[in-house]
Write a protein that binds this ligand. Structure first.
Ligand code: ASP
Ligand code: MG
Length: 409
């Protein structure tokens, strides 16, 4: 007998009928002799609708009240699912984040989980009940309701699994697992049997929406095996664990992509020790996430700097630079939008030189020019024109044989 945490995302609980289906999946797990804790998201597009509703009341809602509003979404689902379980004759109880002991930082909208006091959940499990916990929410030290950032229910599930020392955490969603790339974009994208935490973390951070990056981080830190699988189909999903076998010795495991990227170039900065720290400190203070950074010295004792950001942060970035112009002494700022980032990820890269070269070659064959590059041990990211994004992903998917190797005759 084991303890399993099951998480069901918004689409899996999108209607009363789907909630009844989820109740059946929970009961199946229970009938296999396991203890079950369930974490759920808000139904369907509820969170988006609540955000929109707030926007109809004010253009500048306070973050505290947004959290108060958004956490109601998950509260609807926990009660309905618990009722569905009770209706089927199973003992169950629902808990909000604070009732489940999920303590977070006092940051509204993007709080990190600091600790979980699992006593209450454990006591109910011991009574033989299924415990249904609201995802995406917690409570700060000062008693304020917080949320964990969009998609944060995954993190609730994995953090609870860690706190409860669960044997496994299953993430149920509307796809059958983690794919080599988004199957909505590349038709022959293939479901992976397994993937390592590190690869999954890169993919999640680089735009693959299937899992919340922080959930993967938690899973890795506490070595919780995850499985991403479908709530509608019975087939097994993708296992995420420390060491994942590389099928067929492929070097690349997956391709992630993200549009709405902007490149900002700050030209003619003085070549001084303080230019770079000052500029990035100011951006960080204004919560602007900078991604790829390229610096090059010119002949005139100045430095040109370019970096990529999300396009939504462009206006605030330009404002920060303008406000600090006197201190930074740069000449001009230029920017280019409608860019995309396409990244290949695979732990096989560590021991295979030439992967980046192969990527650049494939893109150049398609006459796709690369504007920025960044690498880590297990990934290569390129920034290209947004209009070339899908073509680039398809090309790389073929180049690295992600749909499977052609059968040799
Ligand atoms: N309901 C929240 C969202 O839509 C949290 C989640 O689904 O994980 O972002
Ligand atoms: Mg999600």
């Amino acid at each position: 007998m084991g303890l399993i945490v099951q998480k069901f995302g918004g689409t899996s609980v999108g209607s009363a009928e789907k909630i009844r289906n989820v109740a059946k999946r929970v009961i199946q797990e229970k009938e296999r002799g396991n203890e079950v804790v369930v974490v759920v998201s808000a139904m369907g597009k509820t969170t988006d609708e609540l955000v929109k509703l707030a926007g109809e009341v004010t253009t500048n809602p306070s973050k505290r009240e947004i959290d108060m509003l958004l956490t109601t979404g998950e509260q609807v689902t926990i009660s309905l699912l618990t009722m569905a379980l009770q209706h089927l004759g199973h003992d169950a109880v629902s808990f909000t984040g604070w009732q489940a002991g999920i303590q977070t930082e006092g940051v509204h909208g993007n709080a990190r989980i600091l600790d979980i006091d699992s006593a209450r959940v454990l006591a109910e499990i011991e009574k033989g009940k299924v415990v249904v916990v609201a995802g995406f929410q917690g409570v700060s030290e000062s008693g304020e309701i917080t949320t964990l950032g969009r998609g944060g229910s995954d993190t609730t599930a994995v953090a609870l699994a860690a706190a409860l020392k669960a044997d496994k955490c299953d993430i149920y969603t509307d796809v059958t697992g983690v794919f080599t790339t988004d199957p909505r974009c590349v038709k022959n994208a293939r479901k992976l049997d397994c993937i390592s935490y590190d690869e999954m973390l890169e993919l999640a951070n680089l735009g693959a929406g299937v899992l919340h990056p922080r959930a993967v981080e938690f899973a890795k830190n506490y070595q919780i095996p995850l499985e991403v699988r479908s709530s509608m189909e019975m087939e097994s999903g993708t296992i995420i664990e420390e060491e994942a076998n590389m099928e067929d010795n492929l070097v690349v495991r997956g391709i992630a992509f993200e549009n709405q990227i902007t490149r900002v170039a700050v030209l003619g900065l003085p070549q001084s020790l303080t230019s770079l720290p000052t500029i990035f400190m100011k951006l960080a203070e204004n919560h602007i996430n900078v991604d790829i950074i390229i610096q090059s010295n010119t002949n005139e004792n100045t430095t040109d700097l370019s970096f990529s950001i999300k396009t939504q942060d462009l206006n605030s970035t330009l404002a920060v630079l303008e406000e600090n112009k006197d201190q930074l002494h740069f000449d001009t700022v230029k920017h280019e939008s409608e860019l995309a980032k396409v990244s290949i990820v695979g732990s096989g890269m560590v021991s295979n030189p030439g992967v980046a070269a192969q990527m650049f070659e494939a893109l150049s064959q398609e006459e796709i020019s690369i504007k920025m590059v960044s690498t880590s041990e297990i990934k290569v990211s390129t920034v290209i024109d947004e209009k070339n994004m899908v073509k680039a992903v398809e090309t790389l998917h073929d180049t690295f044989e992600l749909a499977g190797r052609p059968v040799k005759s």
